[in-house]
Design a protein around this ligand. Structure first.
Ligand SMILES: Cc1ncc(COP(=O)(O)O)c(C=O)c1O
Length: 435
């Protein structure tokens, strides 16, 4: 017998009693909304009706919810096999996905490790870099360099390369591996400062003897502050890494699959990293899966070591359901004129967010691809801002001083306009709540 369906109050009571939410206190002091179902770009929320999802479930649901093609991909795979271990076994969905990722990512990335979350894919990326040099007899090359303002996930190695002060993990300073930090990249996709590029080159050169790799989020720093920077710094990093025998890792977990207007943010710079992490929208937001890709050079280095294997093997590695829906999601994306859709949303967000620049309490407004950001001059009042967005019929999840949105690519012009109104209402409400 299936469990009886819980009513909304019971869900909230049990949630409060037992359930930990992302970055949430325990026991729960914040009242979450109860989602009953989701279809297209709308979440059906108990007591609040239908809300347009302005967050794509944290960058992932690019095609929206309950999509017939993605549903069918999962259903079809479910009837064949939902999971099987990946050690010693392989299967069509995972192999097809790996080939597809090799084909669509920058030229030169050839080997694919299928991880079970974005953070794990970053762990694997760092392990690849360290092991590459260890295998080549250079174990002293074991630090990573990154720039300030980054975010790479919540497990140990990713936390060590998140922003050490402003980020969520400053609590662990002194406990995490000590990495090398460059200054914050100058703000603006179109701004370029040669002095900063030289700062990157100098730092890579100075620390090259101890650096296994450089890891950055290309073009957009996400949860570290939703900042945009010039793709030209990626080229400077590529040159510096090549000159000094350091590997270059791009974390495209947030930026991958079109969000910034290019299929991968690396494409803005025409740069191939040595290692690349993908996740989030890889499965269209249906199931958890991430991927770490690397070049033949990185893999061959590892293979030459005393331990010639990449010693990482999650139980759910290559999960067939996730791989099947990832294949369907990529087909769906590339089978349409996704650039036009992302540009359309970009124009809608520009129009909708521009008036926010005139609001009191707003420091900056910026849009790139299907990502819009209103930066406040104060810490957002999350409760007041969320309530205002919900009243405007939109789900947003502000953090720090940011009210931001990355709607699914299928969001209609009218709905993008409503998202814009909701972001403005949330900014206004947050500023009001300061008084
Ligand atoms: C750039 C980046 N890297 C890594 C991660 C971690 O991914 P996950 O939450 O799937 O572990 C995130 C998640 O927000 C991210 O934005």
């Amino acid at each position: 017998m299936p469990d009886p369906v819980l009513d909304v109050q019971r869900i909230l009571d049990l949630d409060r009693a037992h359930v930990w939410h992302p970055y949430g206190p325990m026991p729960g002091q914040q009242e979450p909304l109860v989602v009953e179902s989701a279809a297209g770009v709308r979440l059906k929320v108990a007591g609040a009706g239908e809300l347009i999802d302005g967050m794509s479930s944290w960058w992932s649901a690019v095609h929206g919810y309950n999509h017939p093609v993605l549903n069918e991909a999962v259903r079809g795979q479910l009837d064949r096999m939902s999971h099987v271990m990946f050690g010693g076994l392989t299967h069509e969905p995972a192999v097809r996905l790996a080939k597809r990722l090799v084909d669509i990512t920058p030229e030169g990335l050839e080997h694919v490790f299928l991880a079970d979350s974005g953070s794990v894919s970053v762990e694997v990326a760092v392990k690849m870099c360290l092991q590459h040099w260890r295998s080549l007899g250079r174990p002293e090359k074991r630090r990573m360099l990154t720039w300030r303002g980054g975010y790479h996930g919540d497990t140990w190695q990713p936390m060590a390369v998140c922003d050490p002060q402003g980020g969520m993990h400053h609590l662990w300073q002194g406990v995490l591996p000590q990495q090398v930090f460059a200054d914050l990249p100058p703000a603006g996709f179109d701004a370029y400062d040669e002095t900063y590029a030289q700062h990157l080159r100098d730092l890579v050169g100075r620390h090259a003897h101890e650096l296994a790799g450089v890891i950055v989020e290309p073009v957009v720093q996400g949860a570290g502050g939703m900042r945009f920077h010039s793709p030209r710094y990626l080229r400077a990093l590529r040159e510096a890494c090549d000159a000094h025998d350091v590997l270059l890792v791009f974390d495209e977990i947030a930026t991958g699959f079109g969000r910034t207007g290019a299929l991968f943010a690396a494409d803005h710079a025409a740069v191939t990293p040595d290692v690349m992490c993908l996740g989030k929208s890889l499965t269209g937001g249906y199931l958890t899966m991430a991927a770490t890709l690397c070049t033949a050079r990185v893999a061959e280095g590892i293979a030459r070591g005393e331990v010639p294997v990449l010693a990482h093997g999650p139980t759910f590695m290559g999960n067939p359901l996730a791989a099947a829906v990832a294949n369907a999601s990529i087909d769906l994306l590339l089978g349409q004129d996704w650039q036009t859709e992302v540009k359309r949303i970009e124009s809608g967000l520009r129009a909708g967010l521009a008036p926010a620049a005139e609001l009191p309490g707003v420091r900056d407004v910026r849009v790139l691809g299907a990502l819009g950001v209103v930066q406040l001059d104060h810490q957002a009042d999350v409760e007041a801002a969320t309530r205002a967005a919900v009243r405007a019929g939109v789900w947003l999840r502000p953090f720090r001083d940011l009210i931001y949105t990355m709607p699914p690519y299928i969001t209609s012009d009218d709905d993008v306009a409503r998202v814009g109104q909701a972001v403005r209402a949330a900014a206004r409400a947050s500023t009001e709540a300061q008084k």
